[in-house]
Design a protein around this ligand. Structure first.
Ligand SMILES: [Zn+2]
Length: 336
């Protein structure tokens, strides 16, 4: 894969013992050093005007001023320092680059993956939260809509609900947002009944799985509900909000996805994008066990280097997951 990466993203200092630390990117880089066909690209910063097209402009200025005056705690767990602002612009720029390259036709071994931080999917239109200031994947979607694309699908497999991305596009018919997340975990949103409104009606798909959902359950969400809905939507670009914190060894969730499972998820998403003749790009979100974050991400990379991940032994969808999928099918999702 082609990885968008900027050193400045390491300078976003969240303090000691914060799970969202620069060590995450360092660990990923070390893991990728052992892989074949890894290319790094250092794209430009995002233009603040593009960021302001998805966020309240006053809020964006407020974040810049907050960082430039030294930062601190925006809320209990969302922390900034002076260097956070340049990291924010770089991180959003990486996502923008990924969207542009995917739309330009970069695929296969050249599939783009934006390795930025701070992450983005919790940032709502006018507020930072959950370690996120600017919604990077939404900046990517906006960049795509401002160039060639009429329709963009965002698939968020981070273990937390991508409430920010949902918030930004909730009444917009041009972006389909689908999230698989652990029910009851931060930030507590993402119910099956949240399906969009106005032009965005049925353009939001939430799969709130009970704790313990595993790779088989995640694959079923894609095969039974998200995949058919995305194919019917027929986007020109598919963006993945790629968090790796649903891993069975991640410290902040109770899900049971394996490293191989992330490879299988990536493979499924690639098939969907291929079926739609759409570009495909990945944007890093969470993932807090450095070893499993690295393992999972390198497995995704290997899938684009012709590796076939092994399927789980247990191919039975759990009862709790099946109930959620049935509710979504009842809502009318999952039809091609
Ligand atoms: Zn997360």
């Amino acid at each position: 894969m082609n990885f968008g990466y900027r050193e400045v993203c390491l300078d976003h200092d969240t303090g000691k013992r914060h799970p969202e630390s620069p060590d995450r990117l360092r660990a990923i880089r070390r893991g990728l050093a052992d892989c074949h066909d890894v290319e790094y690209v250092a794209p430009d910063d995002a233009d603040p005007a593009l960021i302001k097209a998805v966020h309240d402009p006053d809020y964006v200025d407020e974040v810049r001023d907050f960082c430039e005056s030294g930062g601190g705690n925006w809320d209990a767990d969302t922390v900034a320092c002076e260097e956070t602002w340049p990291a924010i612009l770089a991180s959003a720029g990486l996502a923008e680059w990924a969207a542009e390259r995917a739309l330009a036709g970069d695929d296969g071994r050249a599939t783009p993956f934006a390795l930025g931080r701070p992450p983005g999917h919790h940032a709502v239109a006018d507020d930072a939260m959950g370690f996120c200031f600017v919604n990077n994947v939404s900046v990517a979607a906006q960049a795509a809509l401002e160039s060639d694309a009429d329709r963009v699908a965002v698939l968020d497999w981070d273990v937390h609900h991508g409430n920010g991305t949902q918030d930004i596009w909730y009444d917009d018919g041009d972006v389909l947002f689908a999230s698989i997340h652990e029910e009851g975990l931060y930030p507590g949103t993402g119910e099956v009944e949240e399906t969009g409104e106005g032009d965005g009606d049925m353009r939001t798909i939430n799969v709130p799985y009970p704790p313990g959902a595993d790779t088989t359950d995640y694959l079923a969400a894609i095969d039974d509900v998200i995949g058919p809905s995305v194919r019917a939507f027929d986007p020109e670009l598919v963006l993945v909000s790629a968090g790796f914190d649903a891993h069975r060894h991640d410290p902040i969730s109770r899900m049971e996805v394996s490293s191989e499972g992330y490879g299988l998820l990536a493979d499924r998403v690639r098939s969907i994008a291929d079926d739609c003749d759409a570009g495909l790009a990945f944007v890093l979100e969470g993932g807090y066990n450095l070893d499993t974050l690295t393992d999972s991400l390198t497995t995704v990379h290997e899938v684009f280097d012709r590796y076939t991940p092994s399927t789980p032994d247990d191919d039975e969808v759990s009862e709790g997951a099946r109930e959620v999928l049935d509710e979504l099918l009842d809502q009318g999702f999952g039809e091609e």
